[in-house]
Design a protein around this ligand. Structure first.
Ligand code: AMP
Length: 147
Protein backbone atom coordinates (compact mmCIF):
# COMPACT_ATOMS: atom_id res chain seq x y z
CA UNK A 1 0.00 0.00 0.00
CA UNK A 2 1.22 3.53 -0.80
CA UNK A 3 0.74 6.91 0.89
CA UNK A 4 -1.40 7.93 -2.09
CA UNK A 5 -3.85 5.12 -1.28
CA UNK A 6 -4.05 6.22 2.37
CA UNK A 7 -4.59 9.86 1.35
CA UNK A 8 -7.32 8.92 -1.11
CA UNK A 9 -9.38 7.65 1.86
CA UNK A 10 -8.22 10.15 4.47
CA UNK A 11 -8.19 13.27 2.30
CA UNK A 12 -5.49 15.83 1.62
CA UNK A 13 -6.37 18.33 4.32
CA UNK A 14 -3.26 19.72 6.07
CA UNK A 15 -3.50 21.99 9.11
CA UNK A 16 -0.97 24.80 9.13
CA UNK A 17 0.10 27.80 11.16
CA UNK A 18 2.31 30.84 10.51
CA UNK A 19 5.85 31.27 11.95
CA UNK A 20 4.76 34.41 13.85
CA UNK A 21 1.98 32.62 15.76
CA UNK A 22 2.49 31.82 19.44
CA UNK A 23 2.74 28.41 21.08
CA UNK A 24 -0.63 29.15 22.71
CA UNK A 25 -2.09 29.46 19.17
CA UNK A 26 -0.51 26.09 18.35
CA UNK A 27 -2.13 24.43 21.39
CA UNK A 28 -5.55 25.87 20.49
CA UNK A 29 -5.20 24.81 16.83
CA UNK A 30 -4.01 21.28 17.69
CA UNK A 31 -6.95 20.81 20.07
CA UNK A 32 -9.50 22.37 17.67
CA UNK A 33 -8.52 20.04 14.82
CA UNK A 34 -7.74 17.05 17.05
CA UNK A 35 -4.26 16.56 15.49
CA UNK A 36 -0.73 16.18 16.87
CA UNK A 37 1.24 18.48 14.59
CA UNK A 38 0.98 21.49 12.30
CA UNK A 39 2.92 22.42 9.20
CA UNK A 40 4.48 25.87 9.52
CA UNK A 41 3.85 27.86 6.35
CA UNK A 42 4.80 31.37 5.36
CA UNK A 43 1.57 33.17 4.69
CA UNK A 44 1.66 34.47 1.18
CA UNK A 45 -0.83 37.26 1.79
CA UNK A 46 -3.96 35.53 0.49
CA UNK A 47 -6.05 32.88 2.22
CA UNK A 48 -3.93 29.94 1.09
CA UNK A 49 -0.80 29.10 3.09
CA UNK A 50 2.57 29.71 1.41
CA UNK A 51 5.86 27.82 1.39
CA UNK A 52 6.44 25.16 4.07
CA UNK A 53 9.18 26.39 6.45
CA UNK A 54 8.87 23.90 9.32
CA UNK A 55 6.79 21.56 11.43
CA UNK A 56 5.68 21.86 15.05
CA UNK A 57 4.20 19.04 17.12
CA UNK A 58 2.80 18.44 20.58
CA UNK A 59 6.28 17.15 21.56
CA UNK A 60 7.71 20.66 20.90
CA UNK A 61 5.05 22.16 23.17
CA UNK A 62 5.96 19.69 25.94
CA UNK A 63 9.65 20.62 25.57
CA UNK A 64 8.81 24.34 25.74
CA UNK A 65 6.76 23.83 28.91
CA UNK A 66 9.47 21.68 30.50
CA UNK A 67 12.11 24.28 29.56
CA UNK A 68 10.36 26.99 31.66
CA UNK A 69 10.90 29.56 28.91
CA UNK A 70 7.91 31.64 30.00
CA UNK A 71 4.23 31.63 29.08
CA UNK A 72 3.20 29.99 25.80
CA UNK A 73 1.58 33.29 24.77
CA UNK A 74 5.01 34.94 24.50
CA UNK A 75 6.84 32.18 22.59
CA UNK A 76 6.89 32.18 18.80
CA UNK A 77 6.45 29.17 16.53
CA UNK A 78 9.56 30.09 14.49
CA UNK A 79 11.78 29.79 17.59
CA UNK A 80 10.43 26.34 18.48
CA UNK A 81 9.63 24.55 15.19
CA UNK A 82 11.79 21.97 13.44
CA UNK A 83 13.07 23.53 10.20
CA UNK A 84 14.48 20.47 8.43
CA UNK A 85 11.24 18.72 7.57
CA UNK A 86 11.38 15.05 6.59
CA UNK A 87 8.86 14.40 3.81
CA UNK A 88 7.83 11.50 1.59
CA UNK A 89 6.37 11.27 -1.93
CA UNK A 90 2.84 9.86 -2.50
CA UNK A 91 4.42 6.80 -4.12
CA UNK A 92 6.23 5.77 -0.88
CA UNK A 93 5.12 2.43 0.57
CA UNK A 94 3.70 1.99 4.07
CA UNK A 95 6.62 -0.33 4.89
CA UNK A 96 9.20 2.30 3.90
CA UNK A 97 7.40 4.98 5.88
CA UNK A 98 7.21 2.78 9.00
CA UNK A 99 10.99 2.42 8.79
CA UNK A 100 11.50 6.16 8.28
CA UNK A 101 9.26 7.18 11.21
CA UNK A 102 10.95 4.66 13.51
CA UNK A 103 14.49 5.59 12.45
CA UNK A 104 13.90 9.37 12.73
CA UNK A 105 11.76 9.10 15.91
CA UNK A 106 8.97 11.19 14.43
CA UNK A 107 5.22 10.55 14.19
CA UNK A 108 4.24 12.89 11.38
CA UNK A 109 5.17 12.97 7.71
CA UNK A 110 4.11 15.63 5.21
CA UNK A 111 3.51 14.15 1.77
CA UNK A 112 5.08 16.24 -0.99
CA UNK A 113 4.53 15.72 -4.71
CA UNK A 114 6.68 17.70 -7.11
CA UNK A 115 7.34 20.37 -4.45
CA UNK A 116 3.64 20.63 -3.56
CA UNK A 117 2.27 19.65 -0.13
CA UNK A 118 -0.50 17.13 -0.86
CA UNK A 119 -1.27 15.64 2.56
CA UNK A 120 -0.11 14.63 6.01
CA UNK A 121 0.39 11.09 7.29
CA UNK A 122 0.61 10.29 10.99
CA UNK A 123 1.98 7.16 12.61
CA UNK A 124 -1.65 6.35 13.50
CA UNK A 125 -2.61 6.35 9.80
CA UNK A 126 0.29 4.02 9.01
CA UNK A 127 -0.60 1.60 11.83
CA UNK A 128 -4.26 1.63 10.73
CA UNK A 129 -3.34 0.89 7.10
CA UNK A 130 -1.08 -1.98 8.16
CA UNK A 131 -3.74 -3.35 10.53
CA UNK A 132 -6.46 -3.19 7.84
CA UNK A 133 -4.23 -5.04 5.39
CA UNK A 134 -3.32 -7.76 7.91
CA UNK A 135 -6.97 -8.19 8.96
CA UNK A 136 -7.97 -8.63 5.33
CA UNK A 137 -5.19 -11.19 4.73
CA UNK A 138 -6.20 -13.03 7.90
CA UNK A 139 -9.84 -13.12 6.76
CA UNK A 140 -8.94 -14.62 3.35
CA UNK A 141 -6.54 -17.16 4.87
CA UNK A 142 -9.21 -18.32 7.36
CA UNK A 143 -11.82 -18.66 4.57
CA UNK A 144 -9.29 -20.63 2.50
CA UNK A 145 -8.34 -23.00 5.36
CA UNK A 146 -11.99 -23.56 6.36
CA UNK A 147 -12.87 -24.27 2.72
P1 AMP B 1 6.43 13.93 16.80
O1 AMP B 1 6.92 12.63 17.34
O2 AMP B 1 6.02 13.84 15.34
O3 AMP B 1 5.37 14.58 17.65
O4 AMP B 1 7.67 14.96 16.79
C1 AMP B 1 8.87 14.75 17.49
C2 AMP B 1 9.85 15.86 17.08
O5 AMP B 1 10.19 15.71 15.70
C3 AMP B 1 9.34 17.29 17.22
O6 AMP B 1 10.43 18.11 17.59
C4 AMP B 1 8.83 17.66 15.82
O7 AMP B 1 8.97 19.04 15.53
C5 AMP B 1 9.78 16.85 14.95
N1 AMP B 1 9.13 16.34 13.76
C6 AMP B 1 7.90 15.76 13.63
N2 AMP B 1 7.65 15.39 12.39
C7 AMP B 1 8.72 15.76 11.65
C8 AMP B 1 9.08 15.67 10.27
N3 AMP B 1 8.28 15.11 9.38
N4 AMP B 1 10.29 16.17 9.90
C9 AMP B 1 11.12 16.72 10.80
N5 AMP B 1 10.86 16.83 12.10
C10 AMP B 1 9.67 16.36 12.54
Amino acid sequence: MTLQEILSKKGSNVHSIGPDATLEDVVQTLVRHNVGSLIVCEHSGGDSPGRMVGIISERDILRAVAGHRGPLTTQKVEDTMTCNVVTAPPSASVEDVMGLLTERRIRHLPVVDDGRLVGMISIGDVVKAQHDELSMENHYLRSYIQG
